[in-house]
Design a protein around this ligand. Structure first.
Ligand SMILES: Nc1ncnc2c1ncn2[C@@H]1O[C@H](COP(=O)(O)OP(=O)(O)O)[C@@H](O)[C@H]1O
Ligand SMILES: [Mg+2]
Length: 361
């Protein structure tokens, strides 16, 4: 945990009427200036976490700290926190400038100062020329920017964003991801974003919190989550991961040698744990970390091809190892020796230097 977090959730639980558990003993530190993303399937507690930080939801137990101060009992308006809602929640009867200035009017800011800040905020999101426009005249992407401007104009310490890009089409969404990241860097404000889209989380975040059933599974930077998932849930939620029941064979310096049936595998031992010979563990192997060849060789195991899927630069091969274990392999389309059709036998091996995590269970 960070030494001086900006926000600290301490033992936060939320039980809704009817006994539905929204959050279950969540501990989370959010550092000042970071872009943190809460990621997980629908219903895992992402929105509830944001609402607890914003003050729209009071936790059943636990404490919310900001700069070390207990703010659990503060009203939303008294917290230096603003939220961008999924549906933007703009006021249709107000123009762009009025929407953006709304929070400042509530704070009774002088007219001239208010105008200056509204202009600056709209400038930040590239909408300086839309001050007088009606909300109904704007495109989806522009509405999204107005909602952002309205949230940053109050200069919050923490900006909360609940699925901010989910209403946009794929192309615009990718563009807005880049813009959002740039805006965050320029403002230096702490952003806490919610998404159920792992690609979005991986491309935009400094750190990602993976949630499942009201609990935190893992908190890590994107590359660590991808390369070193701590749990089976994280391994299967982030990208595609083959989870192979494997027998421990022995140790080779830093490498732990396993076998999934006939297929030799290697895992890194960064947990420090060395299993005993004959123990079984789950080894996670990314599809791109397998090689497939037409000929058998030292270190390969045969697999029957059951499907070949075009993925653009790569082909995805679905196959079955001897014991009926399904595996997925990605190979560059031009790769030599990668000419397979359904029914063929592919000889599978682990790519040299592949970094495979050893997972519990
Ligand atoms: N006001 C509420 N009343 C009852 N149950 C709720 C309420 N809000 C959320 N929940 C439940 O709490 C769990 C977490 O919800 P939520 O935080 O909205 O999930 P997410 O945003 O990750 O999809 C879900 O099971 C949801 O049905
Ligand atoms: Mg939600």
């Amino acid at each position: 945990m960070a030494p001086n977090p900006l926000v600290r959730l301490q033992g936060i639980s939320k039980v809704f009427p009817g006994g539905i558990v929204g959050l279950d003993a969540v501990d989370l530190d959010i550092a000042s200036g970071e872009f943190l993303t809460l990621l997980g399937p629908s219903g895992c507690g992402k929105t509830t976490s944001l609402r607890v930080i914003a003050g729209f939801e009071s936790p059943s137990s636990g404490t919310v700290l900001l700069d070390g101060r207990d703010i659990t009992a503060l009203w939303p308006f008294d917290r230096p926190v603003n939220t961008v809602f999924q549906d933007y929640a703009l006021f249709p009867h107000m123009n762009v400038a009025e929407n953006v200035g709304f929070g400042l009017s509530l704070r009774k800011l002088a007219g001239a100062e208010q105008t200056k800040r509204v202009r600056a905020a709209l400038d930040m999101v590239g909408l300086a020329d839309k001050l007088g426009a009606r909300v109904s005249e704007l495109s989806g992407g522009q509405r999204q920017r107005v909602a952002l401007a309205r949230a940053i104009v109050c200069e919050p310490r923490v900006l909360l964003l609940d699925e901010p890009l989910s209403a946009l089409d794929a192309h615009l969404r990718e563009q807005m991801q880049v813009e959002l990241k740039r805006l965050q860097a320029r403002l230096g404000t702490t952003f806490v974003m919610v998404t159920h889209d792992q690609t979005e989380a991986l491309s935009i975040s400094d750190r990602i919190v993976v949630m499942n059933k009201g609990r935190i599974e893992q908190i890590a930077p994107p590359a660590t989550l991808y390369d070193r998932p701590a749990t089976r849930f994280v391994a299967s939620f982030i990208g595609t991961m083959n989870l192979l029941q494997s027998r421990f064979v022995g140790r080779d310096g830093e490498r732990l040698r396993f076998a999934a049936g006939e297929l030799p595998l290697e895992a890194s031992s960064d947990s420090g744990e060395t299993p005993t010979a004959g123990d079984t563990r789950t080894i996670g192997v990314r599809p791109e970390d397998f090689l497939a060849a037409n000929e058998a060789a030292e270190g390969t195991a045969p697999a029957r091809v059951s499907g070949v899927v075009f993925h653009g630069r790569t082909l995805r091969l679905h196959a079955e190892l001897g014991q009926g274990t399904p595996i997925v392999i990605d190979a560059p389309r031009q790769a030599e020796g990668f000419q397979f059709s359904v029914g063929d036998v592919a000889h599978i091996s682990l790519r040299r230097g592949a970094n495979c995590p050893m997972l519990p269970g």
